[in-house]
Design a protein around this ligand. Structure first.
Ligand SMILES: [Zn+2]
Length: 133
């Protein structure tokens, strides 16, 4: 997967989109499948890369955060409601440590932290894989 900064040629909005490859992007754009996330225009081009220049468009920080989170979670295993038990078992050495993520209640999270188990909240909610189609 590859992420491109795209720019709407009608409204000037910039947004990010994921594609399988550079040629996948070209094909989808040619077929009119790449749309502006704001106005729906298919008049889209790659945004000029200009670090440090403020961009227009309010959705970008969230998109960037989402991309960052999916990067983190790529190496992580979903354990769902067993998160607290799994984190605790790794902490006590019962099972080998690995990167996991899942659901925990506030009380579970609190007691994990109190017991010195290293956990961190994710910036965005995660859809459990079982709920994905
Ligand atoms: Zn637009």
């Amino acid at each position: 997967m590859i992420v491109f900064d795209l720019q709407c040629q009608d409204g000037g909005e910039t947004f990010e989109a994921w594609f399988r490859s550079s040629s996948d992007y070209e094909e989808q754009r040619a077929a009119g499948l790449v749309q502006c996330a704001v106005c729906g225009s298919t008049n889209i081009a790659k945004a000029p890369m200009a670090p440090g220049v403020p961009r227009k468009g309010g959705i970008e920080p969230l998109a960037r955060l989402a991309a960052l989170q999916s990067e983190i979670l790529k190496e992580s295993r979903w354990v769902g409601e067993r998160f607290a038990t799994t984190a605790r078992a790794m902490h006590s050495g019962e099972i080998p440590p690995e990167q996991v993520h899942g659901q925990a209640t506030l009380a579970e999270a609190k007691s994990l932290v109190e017991d010195g188990v290293a956990i961190a909240p994710l910036p965005l909610p995660v859809v459990p894989p079982t709920q994905l189609n």
